[in-house]
Design a protein. Structure first.
Length: 245
């Protein structure tokens, strides 16, 4: 954990406490009873103060022990994990620090938004199932399509959003065979729902949950399923398509 060293002894003017009052010894004697002291502030890497104190002019402030102790306490309460967070394939996996609404992190702005897509396998496996926030409702809790060629799944976010990542939960995330996980797919964004720009291209995927960090903006987001399974042919199966902004 990085931490800032004490601020370089900013000088401030304060009134010296009366005789026998706490803090009087920190001041140099003077008839006007108003003296200069040096304030020292120790803060963490986020700029939050952890310790503050003062010393008499000409004296070295004994802040090292207090600062180190405060830094150690900060590290204990807020441990830092370096390196990339690797997501698993379980259905409960979610991007780190993200939430589906109400929190302080990026939010899944596609949740329960209007959706369209290629003709579903069954009437209860329409596009809306991929944006309902659930993967545990059984094998029908997904969007499924068997149309030939490239299949698409699209969501309207309601307004232009600054998008930071996508999460796609494939067949294995819903408890189905991982051989049905989407192998090749693209993700596109659009401001008007007509002209789309490809921002993610995936080829050869085998994972049940895929996360894709980006920096893009758009109102409409489209998932194009090129190869829906690990083999050739077959149905596209998407349990959740999450858009974080």
């Amino acid at each position: 954990m990085g931490r800032d060293r004490p601020v370089a002894r900013t000088e401030i003017r304060v009134r010296r406490p009366k005789a026998h009052r706490p803090g009087r010894r920190a001041f140099v004697s003077g008839k006007r009873k108003q003296n200069t002291i040096r304030a020292t502030i120790a803060s963490d890497a986020r700029g939050r103060p952890m310790w503050a104190g003062a010393t008499r002019p000409g004296h070295r402030p004994a802040t090292e022990t207090e600062e180190d102790a405060a830094a150690d306490e900060e590290a204990r309460l807020h441990p830092r994990h370096d390196g990339e967070h690797v997501m698993g394939a379980a259905a409960v996996d979610a991007p780190p620090s993200f939430d589906s609404g109400g929190g302080t992190g990026p939010t899944n702005v596609a949740l329960n938004r209007p959706a369209t897509g290629s003709t579903p396998c069954n009437s209860d496996e329409g596009p809306a199932k991929a944006f309902n926030g659930s993967v545990s409702g059984g094998n029908s809790d997904k969007w499924c399509s068997l149309v030939s060629g490239t299949k698409f799944l699209q969501v309207d976010l309601g307004s232009t959003r600054s998008i930071v990542s996508f999460t796609v939960r494939h067949a294995g995330a819903g408890g189905e065979s991982t051989t049905w996980n989407t192998r090749d797919f693209d993700i596109q964004v659009s401001a008007d729902g007509t002209s789309f720009t490809t921002v993610v291209q995936v080829r050869g995927n085998t994972a049940s949950v895929t996360n894709h960090a980006i920096a893009a903006s758009g109102r409409f987001v489209r998932l194009n399923v090129i190869t829906p399974q690990q083999g050739t042919g077959g149905a596209a199966r998407i349990y959740e398509f999450e858009v974080y902004a």
